[in-house]
Design a protein around this ligand. Sequence first.
Ligand SMILES: NC(=O)c1ccc[n+]([C@@H]2O[C@H](COP(=O)([O-])OP(=O)(O)OC[C@H]3O[C@@H](n4cnc5c(N)ncnc54)[C@H](OP(=O)(O)O)[C@@H]3O)[C@@H](O)[C@H]2O)c1
Length: 265
Amino acid sequence: MSELLKHRKVGIIGIGNIGASILRGLLATMKEGRFLIADVRRESLDAFADDPRVVPCDSNKQLASESDVLILAVKPGDVSAVLEEIAPVIRDKLLISVAAGVTTEELERYVSRVIRVMPNLGARVGESVSALCGGRNAVAEDVALADEILSAIGSVYHVKESDMDIITGLSGSGIAFFAEVIDAMADAGVHEGLPRDQALAIAAKTALGAARLVISGDKPAMIKAMTASPGGTTIRGLYAMESRAVRAAMMDAVIEATKRSRELR
Ligand SMILES: NC(=O)c1ccc[n+]([C@@H]2O[C@H](COP(=O)([O-])OP(=O)(O)OC[C@H]3O[C@@H](n4cnc5c(N)ncnc54)[C@H](OP(=O)(O)O)[C@@H]3O)[C@@H](O)[C@H]2O)c1
């Protein structure tokens, strides 16, 4: 843990999928620290009641006034109401927003130093892909701090704000596309006679293996070449995929999700 984070009180508003994952990640990676949390659902706060480092707050305003850094993890439609409520006490604080589609310009109406982040659901298991960009007034230390916080839930990429819609399609929505592919492959295993639990676990771990190979530096084409022997099973399966335009369908999924993200702005 760096000095940057050690001496700051981090407040999280919205302890749902993403907010709770960020908190769990920070608690796992930081021995010290003080984390303030608020949510309209009191039961979401109760889950952390046993950790002395976590301070549940009765209101967003109390949390905002007592925190040095604020993480806003409510749904996009709730962002402006929360910011209206806490604006008077956050003027000189750093705001990190994970709300999809809410621009730094919109956030800057309420607070000067902002960081916008697009995480994904992998955050629940410490495997988020988080893209971040700083607003006009965010300084290097703000960006470094946000990077450190998000590293607690997975990988962090620094991107231009104009690329956030592509990130939304590729990783924000993309995790659901991979889930769909894993599910379809498991269905095929069941079709051919495997028990469902086994088929699903094997399909998911096969996807994980492919991902790890690519991350280790193997190009997808190399994995294909190393698996597909002449006249064998893999090339027959690849032919079936090619006949059904699976590559084009996967590209379309990301392109359409990106377009939809642009429409929602
Ligand atoms: N989930 C994803 O895959 C994903 C990916 C990328 C980005 N994001 C972004 O992350 C943000 C959070 O998403 P999520 O999936 O974590 O949502 P979520 O599970 O619904 O969590 C949001 C939490 O905030 C609470 N809340 C609502 N209004 C509030 C208020 N005024 N003050 C305090 N708490 C309030 C919600 O309570 P109620 O349920 O009662 O409203 C809920 O417990 C969203 O802006 C989303 O765009 C999510």
